[in-house]
Design a protein around this ligand. Sequence first.
Ligand code: PEP
Ligand code: MN
Length: 360
Amino acid sequence: MTIKLNLEEVFLSGIAGKRPIIVSGPCSAESEHQVVETAKQLEKLNVHIYRAGIWKPRTRPDTFEGMGSVALPWLQRVKKETRLLVATEVANSWHVREALKYGVDVLWIGARTTVNPFAVQELADALRGLDIPVFVKNPINPDIELWIGAMERINKAGIKKIVAVHRGFSSYGNSHFRNNPQWEIPIELKRRIPEIPIVTDPSHICGNKEFLFEISQRAMDLNFDGLFIESHICPEEALSDKDQQITPEELGNLLNKIVFRSMTITDNELKNTLAKLRTQIDQLDDNLFDIFEQRMNISETIGKYKKENNITIFQPGRWKEIIEKRIKDGEKKGLSTEFVSRVFKAIHQESINRQNRVMN
Ligand code: PEP
Ligand code: MN
């Protein structure tokens, strides 16, 4: 089911003057000098919106929780002394009132707030009737409905400038990333709400500087609408998220390295080549479907025999044998373990469902 939000068309170009939109600035506003100096350096780059956290949602107490309202005049200075629009995070109605009092141009709702419908509704009520862009970060858990629900609440309050921020999803245990990107979720969001602009936040996905470029390039290759990247004049001294922040100079290098590809194909020869390759893909997908159908029919037949002979559906030994063999075969064919195991888990589950239907 697609969802219709009442959004202002192409407002991204309205607020940013350009696509992709680049939002950058420190994780937290720490001092007037840090805020203004970072902004002056970012102004020289292709950055449109300056971000800085005033109130910080920290995981543990007794850590730096942001400077609070005293830092709002620093953002006002950025607004006055540079061409940048300024943005900050709001988590309750008081934050909204304070930010508006100081002329903050853009608000964002953090991942820890998006998860909470009470908090989002409080924000929506505080924003009712205003004309201000609101960026909504994905919730920390991979729940697309919560993300959509938050955007719906804000939209129902009359906000028509909404941008979804893809900042990854937390998980327990070791991972390459601080927050797994799970690209399928923002891709699904785009399918459900085609008109929603999406920007990716590589900083909070990575948690370090190492993969910022890869994640940024990937977001641009998926035709997302922009990037939200933390930068600090002196990252090693940052009071929050110091491992993932880069200097404005590093940001400039990163942006220069990104290849911005076009979504529209104008060249006719290229159009024909792609059309031919796509026909081949469609043909292969038809074959895959025929094979799935055959495979599921055989599963059902097996289910009948299991029923007649009173044997359980799930046979752990057989399943182990299949998955191990296919992962090994996959390696030879250049198919990643992650892909093979996801595909086979889905096939296996569908097989179980079919046999379950036959049995019961
Ligand atoms: C932030 O942008 O600094 C922040 C707190 O992000 P998130 O809500 O994505 O954790
Ligand atoms: Mn941060």
